[in-house]
Design a protein around this ligand. Sequence first.
Ligand code: PSV
Ligand code: MN
Ligand code: MN
Length: 388
Amino acid sequence: MTEFSAVKESLARQAIELPSWAFGNSGTRFKVFGQPGVPRTPHEKIADAAQVHAYTGIAPTVSLHIPWDRVEDFTELAEYAAEQGVRLGTINANVFQEDDYRLGSVTNPDPAVRRKALDHLLECVDVMDATGSRDLKLWFSDGTNYPGQDDIRARQDRLAEALAAVYARLGDDQRIVLEYKLFEPAFYTMDVPDWGTAYAHCLELGDKAKVVVDTGHHAPGTNIEFIVAFLLRAGKLGAFDFNSRFYADDDLMAGAADPFQLFRILHEVVRGGGLSAEAGVAFMLDQCHNIEPKIPGQIRSVLNVQEATAKALLVDADTLAEAQARGDVLGANAALMDAYNTDVRPFLADLRTEQGLDPDPMAAFARSGYAERVAAERVGGHQAGWGA
Ligand code: PSV
Ligand code: MN
Ligand code: MN
């Protein structure tokens, strides 16, 4: 197996982006549970995200959702983030929470609704100009609930038209990252249900359009690592939304439900060169912490992704390739499993110590008193805006 010293540098360079909405109250359609000290403003969400970075050292950026995080002055928000020790990252558009969008946003049969949705997407590019963000993350709740409700093909045309208009507005260093989801909120057809649909639209758009793999957006049993391998090979993997699911789009902590799947995904990332800066893959979390405390929930998730990455990096690529070439099924499988079964936690603790961080981020945050302080200071925290 590869020595830990050989992979340390890659791990030290790892960057995982946090979702601002993970810090607000959230829940299901049955109940949103309030927690003491949750952020009341985008600034406070960023302050909380900065805590995760302060203790893990690998969560330097925060993803915003518009309009949940709309502020008067995004340049000021970016400056505030820098003061907190983090940067603003991906901008997520939101065309799924208004009555007008009952029958869809950019695929709505009504041209006036389509125009309104497109205007919001273009406004998000304005926000990116102010925040210096590279990526516009597009997820559409659009779809239909009943056979015959609308013309599936016409909806694809409308989608393509909107995407082309947004693409034309992008700056040289900006990208669209297009997210797919099998079902929910639409139950019969989603207009971007799978990676193939997202890939086809991104291909048509051009180089600045890439696919987002949200690990919670597939049918049970889907081989997500295959999708990752395919998209990386095609130069079309733009980003991950990491989270865990047991049943549907559960948005639980990454690596909680199936750490082996997370390892298999990261193995394909490493194999495909996806950790390099040139690959341009954004590693984001997209989660909600409905019942557990939010900052520790994010720290745990970041550590889970880091551990899976460390194990993936420990796979001895030569041993694996040799075993594969000679058709040694068990040898090849063992090369992978040896790495997966390694306890990387002591190595990662040492790495943190070398970086001047506490070896145990969960314990260090708990000791810091931050949670108690904000619980006393902040009254009337906001709902994340999702899951209610
Ligand atoms: C949709 O389920 C999704 O995964 C998209 O990324 C949204 O922007 C996000 O969840 C909101 O939580
Ligand atoms: Mn997502
Ligand atoms: Mn989702």
